[in-house]
Design a protein around this ligand. Structure first.
Ligand code: ATP
Length: 243
């Protein structure tokens, strides 16, 4: 048991969820490494939503609101950290949820679909993938025809750079959530939210409820500029750090 008074309670709880997820076969063991990389970047951000990430959440809300067939892609880490939030966002955005894994096994997809259903999700896609993302070798390219394959907008938190690029080549608008502004995924996506998935998903939900000129936001969105602002924020923060 981690006491709530522990100064790093939230961070330790996330670790616990990832570790439990590995034990239950929901998270691949490399998911722990990905989480560790994310933690390091979260430290550099100050473990809070920085202004450029907040702007990116507005852009993500714009793309989700304007989508005809949006899909939220969920992997093991995202499920154990943010299942309920993903389900709520999918409901608000009229989006589908697809379990889609980098280290795919049908057994783990099934476990994750059941996990999402137990958290209140319905029609969770991913089992018996019947389509392929062109350019990715066998298992990594599998997806659902009804879901990612035919989506116009895909929200893929914690994605791998190759797959992000392959989705872009299919002509999709890709929104990602990645604590590392330097990752290939962050640099390839149309909208990159440099924030922890546990903060970013509820933040997109909040933005969707606001009044904005959504077309104007999409027209003016400059993802590279946003990534530069994220880097500038980290640099400023580190160079003025007081020990
Ligand atoms: P790429 O292939 O895009 O260059 P990578 O090799 O780092 O990136 P992975 O290890 O597959 O790709 O992806 C993990 C990414 O997810 C890392 O960049 C990490 O910073 C990020 N990440 C991990 N945990 C979280 C989290 N809770 N919220 C947001 N991002 C996270």
């Amino acid at each position: 048991m981690i006491p709530k008074s522990h100064p790093r309670y939230e961070s330790l709880m996330m670790r616990e969820k990832i570790s439990e997820g590995v034990k239950k076969g929901l998270v691949h063991e490399t998911g722990m490494i990905a989480h560790g990389r994310g933690e390091a970047f979260d430290y550099l951000l100050g473990e809070k939503t920085i202004p450029p990430a907040d702007n990116a959440a507005v852009a993500a809300a714009a793309y989700l609101r304007k989508a005809k067939n949006a899909v939220i892609s969920v992997n093991g880490n995202v499920a154990v950290l943010s299942a309920r939030e993903c389900i709520e966002l999918a409901e608000a955005a009229n989006a589908k949820i697809e379990v889609n894994l980098f280290h795919r096994t049908e057994g783990r997809v099934k476990k994750l679909v059941e996990f999402m259903e137990n958290k209140g999700g319905s029609n969770i896609l991913g089992m018996g993938a019947d389509a392929r993302i062109p350019g990715l070798e066998h298992d990594r390219g599998k997806c659902s025809a009804e879901g990612i394959y035919s989506a116009d907008v895909v929200l893929v938190p914690l994605e791998d750079g190759d797959r992000c690029e392959a989705l872009k080549k299919m002509g999709k608008k890709v929104i990602t959530i990645d604590l590392n502004p330097l990752s290939r995924t962050a640099r390839t996506a149309d909208v990159t939210i440099v924030d922890n998935v546990v903060r970013a998903i509820p933040n997109i939900m909040d933005k969707m409820k606001e009044e904005h000129d959504w077309d104007e936001i999409m027209k003016n969105w400059d993802n590279k500029k946003c990534l530069q602002e994220c880097m500038a924020h980290i640099t400023r923060r580190l160079s003025s750090y007081e020990f």
